[in-house]
Design a protein around this ligand. Structure first.
Ligand SMILES: *Cc1c(COP(=O)(O)O)cnc(C)c1O
Length: 395
């Protein structure tokens, strides 16, 4: 047997960890966003950070099938990946790199819409473009991060639109929304954007897409809907609206995070108990699952998991690739048993909300992003969503 050329069944050898994603939930949230904004508003799905950890290609296909019009992200490599996978919809790339001749060539070759945030890069794009190129211009209305200040933006867009080969196709902004949100503050920011839109019109500058909303803003105020919206987090979970916008509850794209017991043993240590890796009692049952801090586990648990439908506490801290459980109360637990870290088992459920609260994460979206690429993703297809399972899909 030649160990280099002989095939091996990776699925058989893989650690038994799985992140299950409900594409049906993503489709449902997409339809809801479409219904909420209406037919005439462009829905741009902001799928940055590998679609918030859920997987760019599968999520992109799902939202586009369910009614999104275009996609956006920060990393130009993500846009290139989508083109190579055959996606033809408009793709907006938010600011995330230093403009260089290569960026212009890539925008032309892979047909994406780069975002300009200063006149220097606008001139470089104009100089290097070999044909008319659609660009976006980012405006700062309160986030104090990227773009032209709203009051200077109309003049800047005038300059950019007059440069050879540049067509300003999108003007967009990302407001600042503190927690708890202040509607007066949001209104001030939206008014700055509205004033800019009026100035553009007065100057005869027709920018086809005018876009402000992200998820938080969309959930707070309909005033945020100009003629396009670019939510991200909203595609994945019951977005806890702080405003009065109704939203479907109870469903989440985050279906399940699971592992299995690979080791079960009764502990019988009597010495150096104070130095033990966790508080020990004589006769306690230990379980071990092969998922650890290197897989993101430290940020993914609520202190307990489910085994045979019952709660087992974590013992000590996760190590790099293993986590210990206290199985003392679950006598029948055995090697091979499924361990649910997030999700349902038997009659019990560990919710994403419980983990977010335990971990003090800022948002539900932080969870899927914390799941490292070492954990395989399994997609439940929209038509199979519910209790059925699809076969593991290649990502
Ligand atoms: C991330 C991002 C969004 C989407 O934000 P969510 O809060 O996930 O809805 C929209 N616009 C820009 C520019 C972004 O960077």
């Amino acid at each position: 047997m030649d160990p280099v050329s002989s095939t091996c069944d990776f699925a058989l050898h893989a650690r038994p960890n799985l992140f299950e994603i409900d594409l049906g939930a993503i489709a449902q949230f997409t339809r809801h966003i479409r219904e909420y904004v209406g037919e005439n508003v462009t829905v741009c799905a902001a799928l940055k950070c590998n679609a918030y950890g859920f997987g760019l290609l599968r999520v992109a296909r799902t939202v586009l099938t369910a009614g999104a019009d275009m996609l956006s992200m920060v990393d130009p490599m993500n846009a290139i990946e989508l083109r190579r996978a055959g996606e033809t919809v408009p793709i907006l790339v938010y600011p995330g790199s230093v403009a260089a001749p290569q960026s212009v060539r890539d925008a032309e070759m892979f047909d994406f819409i780069p975002t300009l945030i200063d006149l220097g890069s606008a001139r470089l794009y104009s100089r290097c473009a070999t044909k008319p190129l659609r660009v976006a211009v980012k405006v700062d209305i309160g986030q104090e991060r990227l773009g032209f200040p709203a009051e200077e933006a109309a003049a800047a867009i005038g300059v950019i639109a007059a440069l050879p080969n540049l067509e300003v196709h999108i003007v967009n902004a990302h407001p600042n929304v503190p927690s708890p949100p202040s509607l007066d503050y949001l209104d001030w920011q939206l008014d700055r954007f509205a004033a800019l839109c009026r100035q553009l019109e007065a100057r005869g500058l027709n920018v086809p897409i005018r876009m402000v909303a992200s998820s938080k803003i969309l959930s707070l105020s309909r005033k945020a809907i100009f003629n396009a919206v670019d939510p991200g987090q909203m595609f994945f979970g019951p977005f806890r609206a702080e405003g009065d916008v109704p939203w479907p509850a109870g469903r989440s794209a985050f279906a399940k995070l699971t592992s299995r017991l690979i080791h079960v043993r009764t502990l019988d240590r009597k010495e150096f108990l104070a130095q033990a890796p966790f508080p020990m009692r004589p006769g306690m049952r230990l379980g071990v699952m092969p998922i650890g801090s290197a897989d993101g586990m430290t940020q993914l648990h609520c202190g307990e998991v489910l085994v045979r439908g019952r709660r087992a506490k974590l013992l000590g801290n996760p190590s790099l690739e293993h986590t210990r459980l206290d199985l003392s109360e679950i006598e029948e637990a055995a090697v091979g048993d499924e361990v649910v870290i997030i999700g349902k088992q038997g009659g019990d459920k560990i919710t994403t909300e419980a983990v977010v609260a335990h971990q003090r994460h800022a948002r539900i979206a932080d969870l899927a992003m914390a799941i490292r690429p070492s954990i395989p993703r399994n997609y439940l297809e929209p038509e199979l969503s519910g209790n059925q399972r699809s076969s593991p899909a290649a990502q």
